[in-house]
Design a protein around this ligand. Sequence first.
Ligand code: UD1
Length: 429
Amino acid sequence: MDRIAIVGGSRLKGDIAISGAKNSAIKLMAASLLTDEPLRLTNMPRLADTRFLANLLRRLGTEVVETVGPDGPQTVLHTPEIVSSFAPYDLVRQMRASFNVLGPLLARTGHAKVSLPGGCAIGARPVDLHLKALEALGAHIDLNEGYVYAQAPRGLVGARIEFPFSSVGATEHAMLAAVLARGDTILVNAAREPEMEDLAECLNAMGARVEGAGTSEIRIRGVARLTGASHAVIPDRIETGTYAVAAAMAGGEVRLTNTRADLIETLLVKMEEAGVEVERRNDGLTIRRNGARLQAVNVETDVFPGFATDLQAQFMALMTMAEGESVVKETIFENRFMHVPELARLGADITVSGGEARIRGVDTLQGAPVMATDLRASVSLVIAALAAKGETIVNRVYHLDRGFERLEQKLSACGAEVRRISGPEDGGD
Ligand code: UD1
């Protein structure tokens, strides 16, 4: 398995083009199951997670063609017919969001058998809200031997669905199922993340009637069929935030292009409070830091537009060398501090108690071998390594490859000393 070696201490200077959002792309790919016509997705990220889902979709009957078009990387997904409504454990387990094929399969064919995604490294992550939403739309759901058996032989029927709390995955899943239901659906207390608007925009281009995405109430008027369409994937706000923090950690000046500052405004305000210079532009943003030590700042994760849980580990890495003590509070997922012991291996001074981490800034970090534990946690180790003395080796890079496209090329193009080492890692599972 590959590893990434980083020698810290280089300041960054240059441009980084942000890819399309992974978390949006995989839901948009699932949306392609809703029509027998081709769906063309542009600004597509090329990641392990999109490959996992493409493999599953091929099993279900989708022709997936990846090319580089005039607007960059694109994927055309075409499912003339669903040849199987069965999503096996082996394929769903590789990538949790594969579970979101359940709603489209059910909406299009009236039945589906999809593996439960199982637990994951950042907590229990149940799918009860997804299933309740489908039941509200009239599906009959049975759970047996790790599989969801869903039936709606006479089609789904619109309903009012009130979520007890905001869930990105469940809101998207309900949207994916309700667009082809008979009648009207209202999603109350819906997630407001920008990916909701992206999915709604794509579904509407396919002929759906979705209103209010991006607010806490989404209204959907069911239609009898959807058509093909072309849609550009929204920029990845987590990748944007990650490189913004990386630039701040290493120092220097980095222009992030093909993205939008408003997607990470809460992070940017916190970075400015810490002493980072942020310039917001029409096509992205520029991050500058010239030597001065950053100040400790507290953050608490929250649903959008609050501080994204997917940027928590990266921000914590930034705070490891800030002046003073900062508190990082995680409110979305339990057990999302797996990066803490690894950051400690680099010399960070962090104590965790419950959902709170207390970070006392240190003067220097020292490179060391560390282990990636999940997608966002692993990139926080890369960020810390950019400012650490000496070499850091990040093992288990497959976590990074799930969500960051060409990370080592993007960073080294700005002057970071980052290289991939192919081959077996030390240790292993
Ligand atoms: C998505 C993102 C993930 C991000 C998260 C929060 C994708 C592929 N992943 O995950 O990167 O960290 O949003 O912004 O888009 N919950 C339940 N029951 C459910 C569903 C969720 O209890 O049926 C809980 C979860 O355990 C968690 C909270 O709700 O505590 C929020 O999770 P949710 O917003 O659903 O996150 P995901 O869609 O899984």
